[in-house]
Design a protein around this ligand. Structure first.
Ligand SMILES: O=P(O)(O)OC[C@H]1O[C@](O)(CO)[C@@H](O)[C@@H]1O
Length: 543
């Protein structure tokens, strides 16, 4: 631990921030004509432009120095050596092993290989109709039942890779315990041709079990055959014994391991819906893209390391500029669920307040991640990005080739994306607004009074991540990029990115509340507010 060095780099970064807060980004481009060239990185089919940031070479060097003072390389190497870096749960963190990026670990690797082979056989079986329902009709619908990491990864990737999907297999998702979610899916499902996948690392998650039992009851009721469960259900979990009790046949049970965190589990059996959607061969391409990003993260110098640079910038804005939120704006309809996916990845990993050493931390350790697909956001919250007094750093993600090259749509999409990042950077001055209004023939007084409303401060930072096309491989690389970015941030904040104790208290209180809901007597066990709200529900429920 090099605490004095870290403290002096922090002080230097405070000074760098002060200096840069008075410098326009456009000036930074003038001062450093090479900037656009210098501030770009290519890796694993992705191209990052980070030149539109409130940073210059000197501040970036200090940030990289800070990463070194935090022994980032040693932490990264410990991850790739498979050390038990999830210290609060005494677990290894081996999701890169699932894509072949961790050497050794022979026995775990053998288990992974066996499981992947079983996934491959299952996928081919379903596609060929050899694995079918009780009336021997091939499956046409797959409904994945899971939540959190057992939902967001499969759902996001299936949407992202829709252009590669098998036409005759519709993969759907149920996650919410709200019955409106599952009932809508069941309403349109054909019991003879529907396969349910129950995905739960623990197989104890309340929402998933409630939905799984509802689906099971529906299937038995519709077919009149309790034995239908055996053929119409598959499951994924670390708790294979609990799955067996549910009535699922062993060939339909896929293991996962406690060394894969839920939000890092798309590479494991949790990816089965994706493998069914796009086929096993493309599923391996998806792994290959991620493995390429793993190699880049391991080998590239920190200054040219894509996940490291993204993490340093995110840290820079959170810690030194007070930017508590960061937006993720994919300019691709198929990537519409990517912000929600990264929300869990970043916020469940790094939303912490205790350091690895057990000290109480007082500063924010994860930005709030939000966003939606471009161009929809432009007609909604981009107003705040451009004129609000909050600075929101943005990551734009832009595949250059469309899967649907129709007319001028892609030209428009690309122009919109690049137009937004430039507008955020250059803004519009009062003089420019007045001139513009004058040119639009507005009289001088009216122009002067309207112009302040039309100015934009500019200097709003953004990264742009390009890729040739959204493919299984580039999607894999993109996900691995953000996984490693989150890991680097956790090293800088000195926290464990791989536990999530914060979600437990709400679950415990929910369990404690449940018996009072069906009680005869009004509830007085909790605080006055909770008692009153719960009793309101009791009176509606029992009326
Ligand atoms: O896969 P499981 O065990 O059902 O858990 C689902 C999700 O619940 C969480 O544990 C949070 O409650 C996530 O970390 C996880 O992805």
């Amino acid at each position: 631990m090099n605490i004095p060095e870290r403290n002096s780099l922090r002080e230097r970064l405070i000074e760098e921030q002060k200096r840069l807060s008075g410098t326009a980004m456009t000036t930074l481009f003038e001062l450093d004509p090479d900037r656009a060239c210098a501030m770009q990185i290519q890796a694993a089919g992705l191209d990052l432009d980070f030149s539109k940031n409130r940073i210059d070479r000197s501040a970036m060097a200090a940030l990289v120095g800070l990463a070194r003072a935090h022994q980032l390389e040693a932490h990264r190497d410990a991850l790739f050596r498979g050390e038990p870096i999830n210290t609060t749960e005494q677990r290894q963190v081996l999701h890169p092993l699932l894509r072949g990026a961790i050497p050794g670990q022979e026995s775990l690797r053998a288990q992974v290989e066996t499981t992947l082979t079983r996934i491959e056989q299952f996928v081919h079986g379903v596609h060929s109709g050899l694995i079918s329902g009780i009336t021997d009709k091939p499956f046409r619908t797959v409904i994945n039942i899971g939540i959190g990491g057992s939902h967001l990864g499969p759902a996001m990737t299936c949407r992202a890779l829709k252009p590669y999907a098998q036409r005759d297999l519709d993969v759907q998702f149920v996650s919410n315990v709200d019955a409106s979610d599952i009932s809508q899916k069941l309403r349109n499902a054909d019991p003879e041709t529907t396969l349910f996948i129950v995905a739960s690392k623990t197989f104890t998650t309340q929402e998933t079990l409630a939905n799984a039992h509802t689906a099971r009851n529906w299937l038995i009721e519709q077919t009149g055959r309790p034995d239908a469960v055996e053929r119409h259900f598959a499951a994924i979990s670390t708790a294979t014994d609990r799955i067996a009790q549910f009535g699922i046949r062993p060939t339909h049970i896929f293991p996962m391991w406690d060394w894969v965190g839920g939000r890092y589990s798309i590479w494991s059996s949790i990816g089965l819906p994706l493998a069914l959607a796009i086929g096993y061969e493309l599923f391996t391409d998806f792994h290959r893209g991620a493995a390429e990003m793993d190699r880049h993260f391991q080998k590239a110098p920190l200054e040219q390391n894509m996940p490291v640079i993204l993490a340093l910038l995110s840290y820079w804005y959170l810690r030194f500029w007070g930017a508590e939120t960061q937006a993720l704006l994919p300019y691709d309809h198929y990537l519409g669920d990517f912000p929600a996916y990264v929300q869990q990845l970043d916020m469940e990993s790094n939303g912490k307040s205790t350091s690895l050493q057990g000290e109480r931390l007082h500063q924010a350790t994860s930005p709030i991640i939000w966003g939606t697909e471009g161009t929809n956001g432009q007609h909604s919250f981009h107003q705040l990005l451009h004129q609000g007094n909050l600075m929101v750093p943005v990551d734009f993600i832009l595949p250059l080739r469309s899967h649907n090259p129709i007319g001028a749509h892609q030209d428009l999409l690309v122009a919109n994306c690049l137009g937004q990042s430039r507008a955020l950077m250059v803004g519009k001055s009062l003089e420019e607004a007045i001139t513009e209004l004058g040119e639009a023939r507005m009289d001088d007084t009216a122009a002067k009074s309207l112009a302040p409303h039309k100015t934009m401060p500019g200097n709003r930072p953004s990264n742009t991540i390009l890729m040739d096309k959204l493919t299984p491989s580039t999607l894999g690389a993109l996900i691995a990029l953000y996984e490693h970015k989150v890991f680097v941030q956790s090293v800088l904040h000195k926290i464990n990115a791989f536990d999530q104790w914060g979600v437990e208290l709400g679950k415990q209180i929910c369990t404690a509340l449940l018996p009072y809901i069906s009680n005869e007597q009004p509830c007085s066990a909790f605080d006055e507010s909770t008692n009153r709200l719960l009793n309101q529900y009791r009176s509606v429920r029992n009326s």
